[in-house]
Design a protein around this ligand. Structure first.
Ligand SMILES: Nc1nc2c(ncn2[C@@H]2O[C@H](COP(=O)(O)OP(=O)(O)OP(=O)(O)O)[C@@H](O)[C@H]2O)c(=O)[nH]1
Ligand SMILES: [Mg+2]
Length: 302
C-alpha cells in the first residue's frame, strides 16, 4: 500500500514579532514545553533570532523567536537587534504579532507599521490576559485593536499560564503550507548547545542585575568540552567598564557564584548531563557599540 500520510502534512515558518517584554519568548517556551529561549522581566532580553521546532502528527511548526523591536537605544547592538527582528518578516509563512492586553504603546504602533506592507498572514496575539482583573475591559480592547489592521485572526491568551494556546496553534496550522517536515522529529532548534549555554548565563545576569547593567554585558564561551560523564564549560562575561565587573562579582564573589550555580543547574537540565562551569568576568570597553567587536562575539551583523 502506498503511504500517502505525508500529503496532509503541513510545515512552515512562524515569526514571533513584537516590542520588548510582551512575552514572545515565554510563548515559544510554552508551546515547545521546554526552556529554549531566555526570558526576564526586563525589556530587550532576547538578542538573537532563535528557531524552536515543534512536530506533531499533522504538522511541523518552525517558530522564529526574535528580539523586541524598539525605539531609542542608538548603539550598534540596538541596530543589530532591530534588524534581527525585522529581517524575518518577509521570509515566513505566518506572523504572530504579540501585544499586551489593555496596553497599546507607541512601540506597538511602530511594529504594526512595519508589518502593514508585508504579504504574510498576521495573527494578532493579545498576551497576558491573566493580568486583566476586570474581564469586561478585554472585549473593548480586542475590538479596538482589531480595527487597527485586517488581521487574519485575533487570539487572546496567557503565555505564562498556558491559557488558550491550543487555539493559537490550530489557527496557525490552518495557515501553514503543505510541505514535508524540514527538521527531524527529535530536533527542536537550529542553535548549538554552546550558544544555548551562553544564553543561559546571560539570562541569569539579566535577572540578577539592576536596570541598566544587563545591556552592557555579553557572554562568550571559551571552552566547551563534552566528556563521558560531564560537560566542561568555560565562559567569560564581558562588560563595558571596570565598575561593572565589581558589581557582577559582588561582595567576596557571592553574586558571580550565585549566577554560576543557577546557570549550571539550567544547563544540566537542558543537556541531561552534569556540567562543570567556570565563569570569569572581563572588561572589553565599547563592545556593544562596535560592529567588529559584535561580529567577533558571534553577533551576525551582516
Ligand atoms: N502575567 C503574565 N506575564 C507574562 C506572560 N507572558 C510573559 N510574561 C512575563 O513578561 C516578562 C517578559 O517576558 P519575555 O518572554 O521575556 O518577553 P519578550 O517579548 O520575549 O521580551 P524581549 O526578549 O525583551 O523582546 C517576563 O517576566 C514574563 O514572565 C503572561 O501571559 N502573563
Ligand atoms: Mg524574548
Amino acid at each position: 500500500m502506498v503511504d500517502d500520510s505525508s500529503q496532509d502534512f503541513k510545515c512552515g515558518y512562524i515569526a514571533i514579532i513584537g516590542r520588548p517584554n510582551v512575552g514572545k519568548s515565554t510563548l515559544l517556551n510554552h508551546i515547545l514545553g521546554l526552556k529554549l529561549s531566555i526570558t526576564s522581566r526586563k525589556p530587550q532580553t532576547t538578542r538573537h533570532q532563535i528557531l524552536g521546532v515543534k512536530t506533531t502528527d499533522t504538522g511541523q511548526f518552525i517558530y522564529v523567536d526574535t528580539p523586541g523591536i524598539h525605539s531609542g537605544g542608538k548603539k550598534a547592538i540596538n541596530r543589530y537587534m532591530n534588524k534581527a527582528a525585522s529581517s524575518v518578516i518577509h521570509d515566513v509563512d505566518v506572523l504572530l504579532f504579540l501585544v499586551q492586553a489593555l496596553k497599546w504603546t507607541d512601540e506597538d504602533q511602530m511594529v504594526l507599521d512595519k508589518l502593514k506592507n508585508v504579504d504574510v498572514p498576521i495573527i494578532l496575539v493579545v498576551n497576558k490576559i491573566d493580568k486583566v482583573k476586570d474581564k469586561d475591559q478585554l472585549l473593548p480592547f480586542l475590538e479596538d485593536v482589531s480595527q487597527k489592521f485586517t488581521f487574519h485572526n485575533v487570539v487572546p491568551l496567557s503565555a505564562l499560564r498556558g491559557e488558550n494556546i491550543e487555539t493559537l496553534e490550530s489557527t496557525i496550522l490552518q495557515e501553514l503550507p503543505d510541505n514535508p517536515p524540514f527538521f527531524g522529529e527529535d530536533e527542536y532548534t537550529d542553535r548549538s548547545a554552546r550558544f544555548l549555554a551562553a544564553e543561559i548565563i546571560r539570562e541569569k545576569l539579566v535577572r540578577e542585575l539592576g536596570q541598566e547593567l544587563p545591556y552592557q554585558t555579553t557572554v562568550e564561551i571559551e571552552r566547551y568540552k563534552e566528556k563521558e560523564k560531564i560537560t566542561e564549560i568555560h565562559a567569560v562575561i564581558l562588560v563595558e567598564a571596570k565598575g561593572q565587573k565589581a558589581i557582577i562579582i559582588g561582595n567576596k564573589g557571592t553574586r558571580l557564584k550565585s549566577i554560576g550555580t543557577k546557570a549550571r543547574k539550567d544547563m544540566e537540565k537542558l543537556l541531561g548531563q552534569k556540567v562543570f562551569l567556570q565563569l570569569w568576568v572581563k572588561v572589553k570597553a565599547g563592545w556593544s557599540d562596535n560592529e567588529q567587536a559584535l561580529r567577533s562575539l558571534g553577533y551576525d551583523t551582516e
